[in-house]
Design a protein around this ligand. Structure first.
Ligand code: GLU
Length: 447
């Protein structure tokens, strides 16, 4: 296969699907060499098949807001690939959601899930519904209306959604409440990220951030470094940023910045447990404003409007917000200010130019599909607990999560070690994920 030829075909077929084309290009560039050593992949046209979702459901979601006005949004579920297990992946509620965004996320999810060592296929879904400024009652009515359509596409052995940007345990609760009514089925395994008293796994809320820090620890260890005393800049203040800030602080690092769409909060002495707890309140308020942290803790945090977390000098950058949030310009500024490591926690958080700059300027870099896989891995652990009607302790879940992140790091090293001994984590993660899915597709024939 030739990446350029496949990309030209996809560009003609899916013009304007920017994020999807970007995600496919990154994976194909990494795997081309290995793929071409396997004529059996070429014969079964694995690449042509793996870049296309199995199916996409699109539906209208109509609901009534607090003023009594009728609102209409669009809902989607992209079932991308089921070669290694049932479809699995989150739901994103954000005003910018498009089919391209969900296709990129479903594609990434397929390889990420393969890396977790658990049997899960890839999927993603969501809506262009904007949760910012919505009341709790509006969120509930929207979730119920969304599930009216979604319930027919999902099931505990078929497709298991979870949270993502704009969807946390509150939304999962409303979605599950409606699913039960419609399906008359009481299997909690149909969604993950549930409340801990009704089937949710302990540590699932923390898992993406905790897993990211465990991965970072392994990466630093391999490079002969440690997290202790290091200054960390984090973008975002949602669920993922919260988990990352919690674990980074526990492991002895200092989180000196968090950010939002309105600007950045500089926290020179490092974030405190009270401030970390306040991040949860900020997320629950649906105001999407990080400035509130500086208003609440005026002697600890200084807010600068319009600036990103990447403007604050740090050792390690952890993008935890949204795709393409870190540009090449940001990468240059980070390096200039002393940053030497970037672990991408958001899905495709770094633009291709930023990744290229990091990799060619001595900045350690690891991609989201490896770094953030602890979230979906713990969803997989939640599914296991649901299927066997048991509940594991925090210690059990944490040690399994730790083991999974170690194994993901090992897979990256195995497939990404370069002739000079350094590790290309982008290549490593893409090749490891791809080989597993491709092999399964091959063994299951032309379907
Ligand atoms: N949305 C998360 C991700 O990007 C979690 C998905 C899940 O738990 O199914 O991996």
């Amino acid at each position: 296969m030739k990446t350029n030829e496949i990309m030209s075909r996809l560009q003609v077929k899916y013009p304007g699907e920017k994020e999807y084309l970007q995600a496919v290009q990154e994976v194909l560039e990494s795997i081309e060499e290995v793929y071409n050593r396997h004529p059996e992949f070429e014969a079964a046209k694995i690449v042509e098949r793996i870049v296309e979702p199995d199916r996409i459901f699109t539906f209208r979601v109509t609901w009534i807001d607090d003023r009594g006005e009728v609102q209409t949004n669009t809902g989607y579920r992209v079932q991308f690939n089921s070669a290694i297990g049932p479809y699995k992946g989150g739901l994103r509620f954000h005003r910018a959601v498009t089919p391209s965004m969900l296709k990129f996320l479903g594609f990434e999810q397929t390889f990420k899930n393969a890396l977790t060592t658990l049997p899960m296929g890839g999927a993603k879904g969501g809506s262009d519904f904007n949760p910012v400024g919505k009341s709790d009652a509006e969120i509930m009515r929207f979730c119920q209306a969304f599930m009216w359509e979604l319930w027919q596409c999902i099931g505990p052995d078929q497709d298991i959604p979870a949270g993502d940007v704009g969807v946390g345990s509150r939304e999962i609760g409303y979605l599950y409440g409606m699913y039960k009514k419609l399906a008359r089925e009481y299997n909690t395994g149909v969604l993950t990220g549930k409340g801990s008293t009704w089937g949710g796994s302990i540590l699932r809320p923390e898992a993406t951030g905790f897993g990211a820090l465990y991965f970072t620890q392994h990466l630093l260890d391999k490079a002969g470094k440690t997290l202790v005393g290091k200054k960390i800049a984090i973008s975002g203040f949602g669920n993922v940023a919260w988990g990352a800030a919690t674990k980074a602080t526990q492991l002895g690092a200092k989180v000196i910045a968090i950010s939002g769409p309105d600007g950045v909060c500089h926290i020179p002495d490092g974030i405190t447990p009270e401030m970390i707890a306040y991040m949860l309140e900020m997320r629950a308020s649906n105001s999407d404003r990080v400035a509130d942290m500086a208003t609440r803790f005026p002697d600890k945090a200084q807010f600068t409007p319009g600036k990103k977390a990447w403007s604050i000098p740090c050792d390690i950058a952890l993008p935890c917000a949204f795709q393409n949030e870190l540009s090449e310009e940001d990468a240059v500024e980070l390096k200039k200010n002393g940053c030497w490591c970037c672990c991408e926690v958001s899905n495709m958080g770094c633009q291709p130019g930023a990744i290229h700059y990091f990799q060619h300027n001595g900045v350690l870099f690891a991609p989201g599909k490896a770094v953030n896989a602890g979230g979906v891995a713990t969803s997989g652990l939640e599914m296991t607990q649901n299927a066997s009607h048991i509940s594991w302790s925090a210690e059990e879940v944490d040690s399994k999560l730790h083991y999974i992140m170690k194994s993901i790091h090992e897979q990256c090293v195995r497939f990404g070690t370069q002739p000079d001994g350094t590790v290309d984590y982008v290549k490593g993660a893409n090749i490891a994920g791809f080989m597993k899915v491709a092999q399964a597709m091959l063994e299951q024939g032309i379907v």
